[in-house]
Design a protein. Structure first.
Length: 255
């Protein structure tokens, strides 16, 4: 059972998570925050112990044991520019990485565009979804799934999963971890309003693939080349011979 009082004591934010909703089960925390008229406050956080239709990129199923992990979404409201979406995505990755590093001293690696790894195994994933009014994005749901206390992961996976419990060799406080992630997230999102260079550098410092030869798969298209860098909006720059191509989406792996 999630202890809301313990979580609230550790929460040190102005608006992120101040409207906090806890649920035993929903179909998808992102879907609820985007579609429900009941939740309109910027910074609202919805935590569900179980998601019957939890998903990652490309509608891949996200399976998480009830009561052992953190599956939640953060609602951001206001006029949000398209190019800022990916910066929010990378900022969220950094917020999760910082929390895991600070609390458990684990070596965290970030994989473009939205995976958080420990020892090359996936410990967390991020999915941003949005809704628009006219041609402007008005709501963004920042979905985050962190494998916290789950002891094993049966099945086949593109990236082998792990959990903080498996890597830290101890059951840990989900309440403390969630508050730490949200505290970091608010600082980084506020920082985005002024300058995002520092956030991009924090992401780069945790990405071990930059400079490596990679393969990018998006639907039926396969590209190969050198992961040259990310641009000012956080998109991947792929070097092929003497040209640089900007990549907005895709599954990245080492060749």
């Amino acid at each position: 059972m999630f202890n809301i009082e313990e979580f609230d004591i550790k929460l040190d934010t102005d608006y992120i998570g101040r409207n906090f909703i806890y649920s035993d089960e929903v179909d998808s925390t992102n879907s609820v925050l985007l579609s429900s008229k009941d939740f309109n406050q910027n910074g609202t956080v919805l935590l569900a112990e179980y998601q019957s239709k939890g998903r990652g990129r490309k509608n891949r199923e996200w399976i998480s044991n009830s009561g052992q992990n953190l599956t939640f979404s953060i609602l951001l409201k206001g006029e949000i520019k398209d190019q800022k979406i990916n910066l929010i995505n990378l900022s969220t990755s950094v917020a999760v990485a910082q929390a895991i590093e600070n609390l458990f001293q684990l070596d965290v690696e970030l994989k473009w565009p939205n995976d958080v790894l420990v020892h090359k195994k996936k410990i967390a994933g991020i999915l941003l979804e949005s809704s628009s009014k006219g041609n402007k994005i008005s709501r963004v749901a920042v979905g985050i799934g962190i494998n916290v206390n789950q002891p094993n992961f049966p099945g086949k996976f593109d990236i082998v999963p792990t959990s903080i419990r498996k890597e830290f060799h101890s059951i840990v406080s989900r309440e403390k971890l969630l508050s730490e992630v949200l505290n970091n997230f608010e600082k980084l999102i506020d920082q985005l309003e002024h300058s995002h260079k520092k956030i991009l550098n924090q992401w780069r410092n945790r990405c071990k693939m930059i400079g490596e030869r990679i393969k990018i798969v998006e639907e039926d298209k396969i590209r190969t080349g050198i992961f040259d860098d990310i641009d000012e909006h956080g998109f991947l720059l792929l070097k092929q011979a003497d040209k640089i191509e900007k990549i907005h989406y895709g599954d990245v792996s080492l060749r």
